[in-house]
Design a protein around this ligand. Structure first.
Ligand code: PMT
Length: 401
């Protein structure tokens, strides 16, 4: 989303200014153009030279520098911005903006811009709790300014509480969300992801190679597009997507129970998890000792979660996945019909760049009306968005009443 976008970053004077360096780098890494305005006090914490080097653009500090080519800084910066982000934002700058004061370059640009403004407060916990600051925040929120709440932790002044500048991934997610069309804001989406683990003694289990990347990408993109998202995940090393309700499970039975407990609220269910079809019939309470000869483990069927949802799906949109190594389309079609899905996403494990663990996937989307859409190799984030586009189109064609 950030590719080609113009981010105007405002820095005010706070110890958290050092984190803004990382924020600038991350914006640039995602393809944004970044220009930075620093207040006089911000320059006590970071040098303009450092910020200029990181942003790959001149740093703007002065309201009254001579006009070059009739380019009036506060107007051209206000127009440059697709989004204005103030990080860190002190109580002082929040108070000025809330009161309509424009007495330096940053506050003047904020006053002049039509772009969305995202404010990331960072200050001492007592200052943050001060009713004047809270009133300013709620006044600005009512006026459409957006906030990324500060984190909880040890502050520079050695007290512990809320007031730390939010972490960079959280601010980045807020920037991405602000710049994304909220076309899924009416949906409550339940996503399953990752593998399941089926133990047969306290140290061993049967599992598969799912990393969770496909399901986590779906959860993250759905959240970014405004949906309320619940992510039910088997064991995964991935970071939990920001702003998503997260439920951790291990076995297929646990996943089934969690899905059924959250099904009622969901308007869309996406089953990207690689659920084990079988589990050991018995789980030994102690480690099974090595013996001469083979070891036989009896397996029993696990619940088929997606079929159970299909039987009681109502007007929910049910999207399954098909992981195949042969006859991709035939097998996917059979699963779509048998499990009463509205859509199935077929991926062929034998294709390079598709399926388990990679950052990319190659999919075909089959729908209940017989349509098939084949997509080329894409990043899993883009694949997720294409699946969500299809869900959105299905909802527009069949609204809920
Ligand atoms: O996690 P990654 O490393 O990113 O890999 C992504 C992925 C390959 C796991 C993903 O893209 C994928 O294909 N997920 C579905 C894997 C799978 O279990 O496919 P299946 O064809 O065996 O199952 C069909 C559908 O039934 C799936 O939606 C599955 O979630 C569901 N199912 C399967 C068994 C079971 N007991 N209950 C189920 O609900």
């Amino acid at each position: 989303m950030l590719k080609g976008k113009n981010v105007l970053l405002g820095m005010t004077g706070g110890i958290a200014a050092y984190k803004t360096g990382e924020l600038i780098r991350e914006c640039i890494r995602r393809g944004a153009h970044v220009k930075v305005v620093m207040t006089e006090h911000a320059r006590e914490f970071m040098t303009p030279m450092t910020v200029q080097t990181l942003s790959q653009n001149p740093v703007f500090t002065d309201m009254f520098s001579l006009i070059k080519d009739f380019d009036i800084a506060h107007i051209s910066l206000a127009e440059f911005a697709d989004i204005a982000v103030i990080a860190p934002a002190t109580a002082n700058v929040i108070g000025k903006i809330a009161s309509g004061i424009a007495d330096n370059l940053l506050t003047t640009v904020v006053m002049a811009t039509k772009a969305p403004v995202l404010i990331c407060p960072a200050m001492n916990m007592n200052m943050y709790a001060n009713p004047i600051v809270q009133e300013n925040i709620s006044r600005l929120s009512t006026l459409g300014y957006r906030f990324v709440e500060p984190g909880y932790g040890e502050l520079a002044c050695k007290v512990t509480g809320p007031g730390r500048l939010a972490e960079v991934p959280e601010i980045m997610e807020a920037i991405e969300t602000t710049l994304t069309d909220q076309d899924l804001s009416e949906e409550r989406i339940l996503v399953t992801a990752g593998p399941t683990r089926e133990p047969f003694d306290p140290v061993r289990f049967i599992s598969n190679h799912s990393s969770g990347k496909m399901g986590y990408a779906l959860a993250k993109m759905a959240k970014r597009r405004g949906a309320q998202v619940t992510l039910i995940s088997g064991p995964s090393a991935l970071e939990r997507p920001v702003g998503v309700r997260f439920i951790s499970v291990s076995t297929a039975v646990e996943m089934r129970d969690a899905v059924m407990a959250h099904l009622e609220r969901a308007t869309v269910v996406i089953k990207a998890a690689a659920v084990a079809d079988y589990r050991p019939a018995a789980v030994s309470s102690s480690k099974i000792k090595k013996k001469e000869g083979p070891l036989t483990i009896e397996l029993v069927r696990n619940p088929d979660i997606v079929s159970e949802i299909g039987r009681q799906k109502g007007d929910r949109i049910l999207v399954g996945f098909a992981m195949e190594s042969e006859n991709l389309v035939e097998n996917a079609k059979a699963k779509l019909a048998a499990k009463k899905m509205d859509m199935i996403v077929a991926n062929d494990l034998t294709q390079e760049g598709a399926g388990f663990q990679t950052d990319t996937n190659i999919i075909q989307i089959l729908d209940r009306d017989g349509g098939i859409e084949a997509l080329p190799l894409m990043d899993k984030g883009d694949v997720a968005n294409r699946i969500l586009d299809r869900i959105r189109a299905m909802r527009v064609a069949h609204p809920r009443y």
